[in-house]
Design a binder for this molecule. Structure first.
Ligand code: SF4
Length: 328
């Protein structure tokens, strides 16, 4: 279990999200997709925690479940010590001011029929902030400037903006309620590479300016390398490794992390790294393999891996791994 201290903002304990699979005439529940299966970690104030893994590993479901946009099946979500999983819908709505999300697709996440000003103003209206119409509009203009857009662009519609600008609008909306935590779900993966770094730089500046804490979800280890302080690697709904960024890139412990990193281009092209190609596809989370769920693809698989689930163990220096290579 990840360590918790006085600066811990969020602590997730034993989080599970199972989606029922129904079949037959009476739509009986016959199985579950274990999208998030017993996840535990913490995030410190001002930290950026990256959550990385292939598509379908449960990283986006994790982000949404933490914010209770999806209801958890089990587990605790302690935000500043308060268990969000126990809050009533009304209490959770009030708490959500402190926790916002930035979505992957800036094209789909903005209402095309609203002006940009209306989109950013909407949360302020919902929470009845800034009293007068004039004060709210002024706040919207200020937020547009904070994210590098012009105040007069408030009158325009989303389709008049580029992808990078639309993501800036999404960020302005997320910032409008002065959140403490922002879950950024693949915030730059729909953008051109040249635009990606501009948006990441903006997010980093805003973090300093407003003391934000980020959970940064990505399938791309190259992107999180420059942005995150620590990185958690997920596979089939579980966290298999959690580590400070530099240690993870220098010496990945889990065979899955090693294979993911072997595909990341090196900064110096002359340096060579052996590419580890995994066999087979990611198994279905509705029917995960026994023991270590990675055993069907792992180049280091041993007999014990097929039957015993490896515990998530502390390796020192803030590193954790779930792998039998380190339990014997
Ligand atoms: Fe590979 Fe076994 Fe470690 Fe799983 S527990 S990652 S199968 S060595």
């Amino acid at each position: 279990m990840d360590t918790v201290g006085p600066d811990t903002l969020l602590e997730v304990k034993g989080l599970k999200k199972y989606f029922p699979i129904r079949s037959g005439f009476f739509k009986k529940v016959t199985n579950h997709v274990k999208a998030v299966d017993d996840l535990s970690f913490s995030v410190a104030t001002g930290e950026t925690l990256g959550i990385v893994g292939e598509s379908g590993c449960g990283k986006s479901t994790t982000g949404r479940t933490i914010l209770r946009l999806i209801e958890p099946t089990a587990g605790e979500i302690l935000f500043q010590g308060e268990n969000l999983a126990r809050l009533t819908p009304h209490q959770m709505r009030m708490k959500r001011k402190d926790m916002q999300i930035i979505f992957q697709d800036p094209f789909a996440s903005l209402n095309p029929r609203m002006t940009v000003g209306e989109i950013i103003e909407e949360p302020l209206l919902i929470y009845n902030l800034y009293g007068s119409d004039k004060a709210r509009k002024e706040k919207v203009r200020e937020l547009l400037q904070v994210v590098g857009l012009k105040p007069e662009q408030a009158e325009r519609f989303p389709h008049e903006f580029s992808g990078g600008q639309r993501q800036r609008i999404g960020i302005a909306r997320a910032l409008s309620l002065h959140p403490k935590l922002i879950v950024a779900d693949e915030p730059v993966s729909a953008l051109d590479v040249s635009i990606q770094s501009q948006v990441l730089n903006l997010m980093r500046d805003l973090q300093k300016q407003f003391g934000l804490t980020y959970i940064f979800i990505s399938h791309n280890l190259s992107v999180v390398k420059h942005f995150c302080d620590r990185i958690g690697v997920m596979y089939l709904g579980r966290m298999v490794e959690l580590s400070p960024k530099h240690a993870l890139y220098q010496e990945p412990l889990h065979p899955y992390t090693r294979s993911l990193l072997s595909a990341v281009p090196l900064a110096k092209p002359k340096m060579k790294r052996e590419r580890i190609i995994l066999s087979g596809d990611v198994p279905s989370p509705a029917n995960p393999p026994s023991g270590c769920t990675f055993h069907t693809r792992c180049p280091d698989c041993m007999d014990v891996c097929k039957t015993e689930k490896p515990p998530f163990i502390a390796m020192g220096d803030g590193r954790y791994v779930a792998c039998h290579l380190y339990t014997k």
